[in-house]
Design a protein around this ligand. Structure first.
Ligand code: XMP
Length: 552
């Protein structure tokens, strides 16, 4: 979805768009997936079958926002496997294919006979209509973007909604006629049939996307489906999740000892707090300060966890070790490998000192679970050696309490657990830290310190301007070059700082943020005035693709 971040400027607002909102264009349906086994977490589940639409994850998230636990499964999940999950309803997502294309993902008829309500969205609706004898046809002109929906009869699904409303479309094939027994509820200028239902059989279809914000009544339509049609009771809340997890972790761990690698990021922080709430002092957190964090970040982690939450925290000041490993390394992948390797060594040393620790906490998220198969044949653009990415042969049983959660849910759970807002809403920060932001040369202590100070100025100004939360990431890069300047009456030959600020939904694509000129001027002048080594500041205006977010 194109999420629009509005960055206020002196004279008005400039919109920075995230990813292109054209047609459904990903092939997520080809990826193997492991279900999170969250059935035991929620008494009610609705399954979203992924036909490869770019909004499939979003549908699953929107369902959860209605208070109903959802699982996203591949479109070819069999009826047997669905029955075993006993979902209260089934949603068929959109997808990039035409229902007539050879090899297009098909709909297993058995799924319509499970005795649970089914809602088809976009491609999902077209499959449903075609399978049950309605008419779907390729259209000359596609319908992409905002459309006007005219409701002729609301039926059950559109009950209580205005007869004219905006909606978001993204399709080429159109439904000309609903299947026998179905009521046709609505149309748009390009879609003769844009919503259908057969209330008796519990089958529903909408051509538009209820999950995107550009369909203003979309969430209400999903709620009607979940609460009125599927009769879900909406008990999926952060509080209930915490209670369930705490009980499950206690039951599993008993008197055992648990260890957790804390990075300061929101995932490991929330996972650690959840486990701490469950088993208290049986948990020891290890925080490896590699000296590559942003200004004061290490201290913030220590004061939140050790001082405030009274977590048993081992903080290891390993800056010197990491700097030694980085000495002379210029190649980005070599830096990542050195940092990943050293992290494992430090962590293992600490773990060895903890007698009898049997469990290891990891902050794996549902999106990691969904993506775990990876797309076949994809290029490795960067090997993401996460701090916290530990080798598989470590002799621990894993506890992954966030395995069923999306990132926004992790944040809500974090807030509920009392994690400081600064940590809850922290922008993503790469595991190898500032080392991959000193580019084109080795990350030395001096350069890292300059970069850290420049970054602190940037963050400070962005926060003061109220823009921190609107940006996916904002940071500085220090290229290993010097440029000539004139400062005071003399020539200077100093460091260059590049500002990188991007908007994005998921880091797969990103746009450079249109920061207000006045703010940029203020940032540049502070950097040059306050940092002796810096005499030039530039702005990166590359989107992703073709650029990546980080420079290395
Ligand atoms: P790129 O630069 O590939 O980054 O567009 C996408 C997202 O991943 C983050 N990133 C990393 N995260 N270890 C990490 O944990 C890494 O080595 C790494 N490299 C990039 C980046 O900050 C962005 O959010």
């Amino acid at each position: 979805m194109a999420e629009v971040a509005s960055l206020a400027t002196g004279g008005g607002e400039i919109a920075a768009t995230g990813k292109d909102a054209g047609s459904d264009v990903c092939s997520a349906h080809e990826r193997p997936r492991t279900p999170p086994g969250a059935g035991d977490l929620a008494s009610e589940t609705v399954v979203v079958l992924d036909f490869g639409g770019q909004y499939s994850q979003l549908i699953a998230r929107r369902v959860r926002e209605c208070g109903v636990f959802s699982e996203l499964l591949p479109h070819d999940t069999g009826a047997e496997s669905l029955r075993a999950r006993a979902p209260k309803g089934l949603i068929l997502s959109g997808g990039p294919a035409s229902v007539y294309a050879p090899g297009a993902p098909a709909l297993d008829r058995e799924l319509l006979e499970l005795g649970i309500p089914v809602l088809g969205i976009c491609y999902g609706m077209q499959l449903l209509v075609m399978e049950l004898g309605g008419q779907v046809e390729a259209a000359e002109i596609g319908e992409f973007g905002r459309s006007q929906l005219t409701v002729s009869q609301p039926g059950r699904l559109l009950a209580g909604l205005p007869s004219e409303q905006a909606c978001w479309m993204s399709h080429r094939d159109i439904v000309l006629r609903g299947p026998p027994g179905f009521a046709e509820l609505a149309a748009s200028s390009a879609s003769p049939v844009a919503a259908v239902e057969d209330e008796g059989r519990g089958l529903y279809g909408i051509q538009f996307h209820p999950e995107v914000v550009h369909t203003p009544y979309g969430q209400q339509i999903l709620e009607t489906f979940l609460r009125d049609v599927c009769e879900c009771t909406a008990t999926w809340t952060p509080t209930n999740f915490i209670e369930d997890q705490v009980a499950a972790i206690r039951a599993r761990v008993g008197e055992g000892r648990v260890i957790c690698g804390l990075s300061g990021g929101v995932d490991s922080s929330v996972a650690a707090l959840l486990v701490h709430r469950a088993v208290g002092d049986q948990l020891t957190c290890v925080f490896v300060d590699h000296g590559l964090m942003r200004k004061d970040e290490g201290q913030q982690v220590i004061s939140a966890f050790a001082d405030h939450f009274k977590v048993d925290l081992v903080a290891v000041d390993a800056e010197r070790r990491f700097l030694e490993r980085l000495a002379g390394l210029t190649d980005p992948e070599a830096k990542r490998k050195a940092i990943g390797g050293e992290f494992i060594r430090v962590f293992e040393e600490q773990a060895a000192q903890l007698d009898g620790a049997r469990y290891l906490v990891q902050g794996t998220l549902y999106s990691d679970v969904i993506e775990s198969g990876g797309s076949t044949g994809a290029d490795t653009i960067k090997s993401h050696h996460n701090v916290g990415g530990l080798p598989e042969d470590m002799d621990f049983e894993l506890i992954e309490p966030l395995r069923a959660l999306f990132k926004d849910e992790v944040r809500r759970v974090g807030s509920e657990l009392g994690l400081p807002e600064r940590l809850v809403w922290r922008q993503p920060f790469p595991g190898p830290g500032l080392a991959i932001r000193v580019v084109g040369g080795p990350a030395t202590k001096e350069k890292l310190d300059t970069l850290r100070e420049a970054d602190a100025i940037l963050q400070d100004e962005i926060r003061q301007a109220g823009l921190y939360g609107e940006l996916w990431q904002s940071f500085c890069v220090l290229p290993d070059v010097r440029t000539v300047g004139v400062q005071g009456d003399g020539r200077s030959y100093g460091q260059l700082i590049a500002i990188r600020a991007v908007t994005s939904d998921d880091a797969m694509t990103a746009d450079w943020a249109r920061l207000p000129y006045d703010l940029l001027e203020q940032i540049a002048s502070r950097m040059i005035n306050e940092l002796r080594e810096v005499n030039r500041v530039v702005l990166d205006i590359t989107s992703k693709p073709p650029g990546t977010i980080e420079w290395e």
